[in-house]
Design a protein around this ligand. Structure first.
Ligand SMILES: NC(=O)C1=CN([C@@H]2O[C@H](COP(=O)(O)OP(=O)(O)OC[C@H]3O[C@@H](n4cnc5c(N)ncnc54)[C@H](OP(=O)(O)O)[C@@H]3O)[C@@H](O)[C@H]2O)C=CC1
Ligand SMILES: CC(=O)[C@@H](O)[C@H](O)COP(=O)(O)O
Ligand SMILES: [Mn+2]
Length: 388
């Protein structure tokens, strides 16, 4: 029986992970759950899976959470609140594995905590890899943690590279597929509303990542994520637009052979891969029928209309704090866009200006990463206020 700490339980990935775990009650127990601020959703999950601990990041919600658990007859479940409580779940000695599905840089501290505790870390929270970079990979190695990617492209690459040794990897090329988002093919991005941007053509996801997919920032973050996870330099990671999202990514080897992982676009598959690896379990995902699909299509990304893909490559090459600043500016800009305080193309301007205007050496600890993140958010808020 594997005891899982499920962080971000109330989100899109969290719900899919609960669905996979529910198919295998003999194999997985949800030992603890954590969320951001939504009490009722956390308690509803607690009612279903009866974890030992429930944590909510928003400290002001502690009393509400405690009371709601009591009202539901779940007094034996321990309630916790605050960022430190969420982090504690990630390092809890009673948890064998951590499924980290928090959105944004709020996931940095829990990811580092799980890494330092030597956990099996099933990682959906790409922002913590983007911010953590080399330091995170070093921490994982030093503490004997095991990182299993959940992001669909990285799960695909992980599976394609499973049989490859270091020499084979050195001569390989990663090809990340991208749906192209809801505005693929458009050259004019004016007048785009949050409702239009969160409507992803293929995947059902949280609001922040859906906007990232629409700007192609998601693919930029994924280039950086792939570079750190698999040790590939930026120039050996390509992006290929594949609107059907059936091929989740590919690896091309020295001999010209290209390995790909395919499936129905449903996160339950990469989640099941991470949960069971190196075994395979049922995920509940609908089977792929290529005959029904008939054809798969491909095109090059339009980096002129969607400039953040280029900015992400630049950030990765620059190193230092560039990726942390880009991520922080993007989170702030996307939040402002979702609140209708910034236009869609305003996201491009804000993220580009902030990233290019902030240089410093790479941080040496998770705390330093969070300090850079906070400073970048402060500068971004100031910049956006001046722009209005
Ligand atoms: N959705 C997808 O298909 C994919 C997602 N990912 C990545 O997975 C991560 C989660 O995405 P997704 O599930 O779509 O996002 P959602 O917005 O659906 O869910 C986010 C989760 O994080 C919680 N949360 C928010 N802030 C905090 C905080 N400060 N501390 C603890 N928990 C917090 C939310 O709680 P609350 O509900 O209370 O707000 C919620 O449980 C992201 O990094 C995303 O990039 C990667 C690939 C695919
Ligand atoms: C499901 C998943 O992994 C997302 O990151 C997805 O890739 C988003 O789609 P885009 O390819 O449009 O960014
Ligand atoms: Mn992805």
């Amino acid at each position: 029986m594997q005891n899982i700490a499920l962080l971000g339980a109330t989100g899109s990935i969290g719900r899919s992970a609960l669905a996979v775990a529910a198919l295998h009650p003999d194999r997985y127990r949800i030992h603890s759950i954590a969320g951001g601020s939504r009490v009722a959703e956390l308690v509803e999950i607690a009612r279903n899976v009866h974890p030992k601990h429930v944590a909510i990041a928003d400290e002001s919600k502690y009393e509400d959470l405690r009371q709601a658990l009591a009202d539901a007859g779940l007094k034996d479940i321990e309630a916790h609140a605050g960022a430190a409580a969420v982090r504690s779940l990630a390092e809890d000695p009673e948890a064998d594995a951590v499924l980290q599905a928090i959105v944004g840089a709020a996931g940095v501290a829990p990811t580092f905590a799980a890494a330092r505790a030597g956990k099996r870390l099933m990682l959906a929270n790409k922002e913590s890899v983007v911010c953590g970079g080399a330091l995170l990979m070093k921490t994982i190695a030093e503490h004997g943690a095991e990182l299993l990617p959940v992001d669909s492209e990285h799960s695909a690459v992980f599976q394609c590279l499973a049989a490859a040794d270091e020499k084979m990897k050195k001569a390989a090329r990663i090809i990340l597929t991208a749906s192209g988002g809801p505005f693929r093919g458009r050259r004019d991005l004016s007048g785009i509303t949050p409702e239009m941007a969160v409507k992803h053509p293929r995947w059902s996801m949280g609001r922040k990542i859906s906007v990232d997919s629409a700007t192609l920032m998601n693919k930029g973050l994924e280039i950086i994520e792939a570079s750190w996870l698999f040790g590939f330099p930026e120039y050996r990671i390509d992006v290929l637009v594949h609107p059907e999202s059936i091929i989740h990514s590919m690896v091309e080897f020295a001999d010209g052979a290209v390995m790909a992982e395919l499936g129905t676009p449903d996160m339950k598959t990469p989640i099941a891969v991470a949960m069971s690896w190196p075994e395979r379990i049922a995920s509940g995902t609908e089977r792929l029928s290529l005959a029904k699909l008939g054809k798969l299509t491909f095109e090059a990304p339009d980096t002129e209309t969607f400039p953040l893909l280029v900015l992400a490559r630049e950030s990765l090459r620059r190193g230092g704090v560039a990726s942390i600043v880009m991520n922080a500016a993007n989170e702030a800009a996307v939040a402002a866009f979702l609140e209708r305080k910034l236009s869609f193309t305003g996201i491009f301007d804000v993220v580009t200006s902030m990233t290019r205007g902030f240089e410093a050496p790479a941080p040496a600890s998770a705390e330093e990463i969070l300090a850079v993140d906070a400073e970048a958010r402060r500068r971004t808020a100031e910049f956006m206020a001046k722009r209005r």
